[in-house]
Design a protein around this ligand. Structure first.
Ligand code: S3P
Length: 169
């Protein structure tokens, strides 16, 4: 297996499977797996929901930008990012400069089935979370399409198959 010289950055909507597939990619490549949300939580000693509530989304986005930058400057790894990370040009620019972005492309209904019972995601705490998810999904597609690689995250493929696809590419 050739040595990884750039960090593989998993991007895509909440519920797409970035953590599950990213973990499998890291195992295949024998590199560490890191999750930007986990790093933000660790540094702030608060949950993502608490950060959004107490400090606001702009504060969260600044921490996200810093954490992604720090991880990209470190040893190559597989980095899973929160669903909103790839929307900002400054994040795309830093990922483009020292990483390879992989978009896990899943359709809206699959995403909804995966996130509908989880109440931890602050952006979905709305009167109509299904509609909110659709609005976010449609608004975000053009950004995700800028990723270096798109991998279909359909239930027809196992996590392992998707991970192999990433590693081969
Ligand atoms: C967000 C997705 C979440 C987390 C935060 C914001 C988003 O991560 O970063 O709640 O903007 O889509 P996951 O994609 O891992 O759920």
């Amino acid at each position: 297996m050739p040595q990884l010289n750039k960090t593989v950055v998993m991007v895509g909507m909440m519920g797409a499977g970035k953590t599950a597939v990213g973990t499998a990619v890291a195992r295949l490549l024998k590199v560490p797996f890191v999750d930007s949300d986990d790093e933000i939580v660790k540094a702030a000693s608060r949950s993502i929901a608490e950060i959004f509530e107490r400090d606001g989304e702009p504060f969260f986005r600044d921490r996200e930008f810093e954490v992604i930058g720090r991880l990209l400057r470190g040893t190559p790894c597989v980095l899973s990012t929160g669903g909103g990370a790839f929307l900002s040009e400054r994040n795309r620019a830093q990922i483009r400069a020292s990483g390879i972005s992989v978009w896990l492309r899943a359709d809206l209904e699959l995403l909804w089935q995966r996130v509908r019972h989880k109440t931890t995601r602050p952006l979905l705490r709305t009167a109509n979370p299904h509609e909110t998810l659709r609005t976010l999904y449609e608004a975000r597609l053009p950004a995700y399409e800028m990723a270096d690689l798109a991998v279909d995250a359909s239930p027809d493929y196992s996590i392992e198959q998707m991970a192999v696809r990433v590693v081969e590419a």
